[in-house]
Design a protein around this ligand. Structure first.
Ligand code: HPA
Length: 234
């Protein structure tokens, strides 16, 4: 049973899936952190792998960038492959000066400028939130490992190269910690289906100071985030 975007058979994907935006990062995680790895998807080069971590099954699959892309892949994982735990891992741009390059951000909620939630035809605005049990677990692992982290609201934006001056400042005034592009759709899909989702990020750049991470630093801080995500997933 394949979908238009995933050629996996039922049973080839674990109930817990890690979701980096970049499919090559999914490959990197499978090769460096998992054992007994089997690739289950290569449609559109959106690579997906299943393996074990600490002896327990876990899958990792790319999502692409933005709400439409992660919306498709996670809908299929939930509804066609019975996935119950979805943990997005990715980079984010800090929107507060209290966050530093390499810090971990856990999204308790996701605000958005996307129209993704319109499909539900709600008589109001939906607050997209993380699974509290996953968030609690992830926070505990970050504490245990001694990794710096913050928990808060993120902005899932449809726009990376925005045209409006001061746009991000308005979100900062509402306490938004960081910008990324996918969590709102992930949290909506999970909420609608009654499954667990969480977004964990590594600060790769700052919209406040303009700082950016070097490629080497990026890799190390990603490793911290991945460890927290893997421990939380299994
Ligand atoms: N905006 C959106 N997504 C991002 C950013 C950003 O500034 N940095 C890393 N991912």
């Amino acid at each position: 049973m394949a979908t238009p975007h995933n050629r996996a058979e039922k049973g080839e994907i674990a109930p817990s899936v890690l979701l980096p935006g970049d499919p090559l990062r999914a490959k990197f995680i499978a090769e460096n952190f998992l054992s007994d790895v089997k690739q289950f998807n290569s449609v559109r080069n959106m690579f997906g792998f299943t393996g074990t971590y600490n002896g327990k099954p876990v899958s990792v699959m790319g999502t692409g960038m933005g709400c439409p892309s992660i919306g498709i892949y996670t809908y299929e994982l939930i509804h066609f492959y019975d996935v119950k735990t979805l943990i997005r891992i990715g980079s984010c741009g800090a929107m507060t000066k209290d966050l530093h390059l390499g810090d971990i951000v856990m999204a308790i909620g996701a605000s958005t400028d996307s129209n993704y939630g319109a499909q539900y035809e709600l008589p109001g605005t939906f607050s997209a939130t993380a699974s509290y049990s996953l968030l609690r677990k992830a926070q505990q692992f970050a504490e245990d490992f001694g990794f710096p982290y913050k928990v808060g609201n993120v902005l899932s934006s449809d726009v990376f190269y925005g045209d409006t001056e001061g746009r991000s400042m308005k979100w900062t005034k509402m306490g938004i910690l960081a910008a990324e592009m996918e969590s709102y759709a992930l949290y909506c899909n999970a909420a609608r289906a009654g499954v667990d989702a969480l977004g964990i990020f590594s600060v790769s750049d700052s919209l406040v100071t303009g700082e950016e991470m070097s490629a080497d630093d990026r890799q190390n801080s990603f490793t911290n985030m991945m460890k927290v995500a893997l421990e939380t997933a299994v």
